[in-house]
Design a protein around this ligand. Structure first.
Ligand code: HEC
Length: 168
């Protein structure tokens, strides 16, 4: 009996080690590129709400906790951040053409922040009042940053990246 338990333990350990080795290329993607340009925030309050609830996946200032380095969680977290940054990146605002209505929609419907993420990040949970503050603040911020929204039409590299973002 003791031998069986020993072998179960050794196999589980072996599988774990293999998983962690396979995950090494994923860990290499867990980076924070430098900030290009944030929107022209209407207030520090809007930025701090967005920072609390959105920045982990929609900015270049992602916090990568210890568990995010451990497979299989590492794969899920890395995908969320890469896909999140492609959809919307507050650290590279000029590359996106975000509609304020869309922010209101995803926040009001509880789609964002991702519900799975909130289970591990209670600090990112917004009260009803905070949600409305963030939505109002993002409306004002989008209005505050009109120049950048046109930049997307000038045929530069940003234009291509914006098209990428719209593909999903
Ligand atoms: C745990 C990661 C995570 C967090 C936190 C998060 N998002 Fe997202 N978000 C994603 C991912 C992944 C996508 C792309 C796939 C999708 O639409 O589900 C996305 C897509 C979006 C989109 C759609 C963009 C487009 O053009 O298609 C909006 C808008 C958005 N998020 C807003 C927010 C806001 C606002 C917050 C904070 C209140 C937030 N998100 C927090 C992961 C996240």
């Amino acid at each position: 009996m003791a031998t069986i338990i020993k072998w179960i333990f050794i196999s589980a350990l072996g599988i774990f080690v293999v998983l962690e080795l396979v995950a090494i290329p994923t860990l290499a993607k867990q980076t924070n590129p430098s900030v290009v340009q944030e929107p022209n925030w209407d207030s520090e309050q809007t930025r701090s709400l967005a920072r609390r609830a959105c920045f982990d996946c929609h900015s270049n200032e992602t916090r990568w906790p210890i568990y995010s380095r451990i497979a299989p969680i590492a794969w899920v977290v890395t995908d969320h951040v890469i896909e999140g940054r492609q959809a919307l990146n507050f650290s590279d605002w000029g590359a996106f053409d975000e509609e304020a209505e869309e922010f209101a929609e995803v926040i009001n419907e509880g789609k964002m922040p991702l519900p799975d993420y909130l289970k591990l990040h209670p600090e990112a949970r917004l009260s009803a009042a905070e949600k409305q503050q963030l939505i109002a603040g993002l409306y004002a911020t989008v209005n505050n940053s009109p120049g950048q929204r046109h930049e997307a039409n000038d045929g530069t590299q940003r234009n291509e990246r914006e098209t990428d973002g719209d593909d999903d």
